[in-house]
Unconditional design. Structure first.
Length: 173
């Protein structure tokens, strides 16, 4: 009980901690999310919805309370990557999505980490998480080979377009 009071006091005195706590929630939820997908549990979709909601909220709260930071941005992107990778890993394991999608996702995430301190505007990269969340939701609702091919295609094309766009902008800088 005292830990809950401690957290409450910290959040009231320093609300900029909340976005990072939401990102940590997403990060630590990724293995549970994967296990729910593997077991075919009904709870996989609500966990996914909570992850998406926490992603939306952490950005809003960070901007509202001036809690944006490089550390928070890395934590947010990492949490998004692990939740999305957990979901697509399941669909790769059952043969509905190509592993190429996971490979380009990982390459794009590593590129982001390597170049994040550069002042490179990447509009496509800004929305990679959103696009991948939507594609993952489509997979969760369809469980279809055809949809898996379409999701893989659009995911890979979008990520590679962003990846090479960012590379081009880095060369200019």
């Amino acid at each position: 009980m005292s830990y809950i009071l401690f957290l409450r006091e910290k959040l009231l005195t320093k609300p900029s901690l909340l976005p990072n706590m939401l990102s940590l929630f997403r990060l630590f939820t990724a293995p549970y999310f994967y296990s729910q997908l593997v077991s075919g549990s009904f709870f996989a979709f609500p966990v996914f919805i909570l992850a998406v909601a926490s992603d939306l909220l952490d950005g809003i709260i960070a901007r509202r309370f001036d809690g944006s930071s490089v550390r928070g941005a890395v934590l947010d992107a990492s949490a998004d990557f692990f939740i999305i990778a957990a979901g697509f890993s399941y669909y790769v394991a059952v043969g509905l999505v190509s592993p190429i999608l996971l490979i380009v996702m990982a390459a794009s995430f590593l590129q982001y980490l390597a170049t994040m301190k550069l002042t490179v505007s990447d509009l496509l990269g800004k929305y990679i998480g959103t696009v991948l969340y939507v594609l993952l939701a489509v997979m969760m609702l369809s469980h279809s080979v055809i949809i898996g091919i379409i999701v893989t295609f659009f995911g890979v094309v979008y990520i590679l377009t962003s990846f090479f766009s960012r590379l081009q902008k880095i060369r200019v800088v």
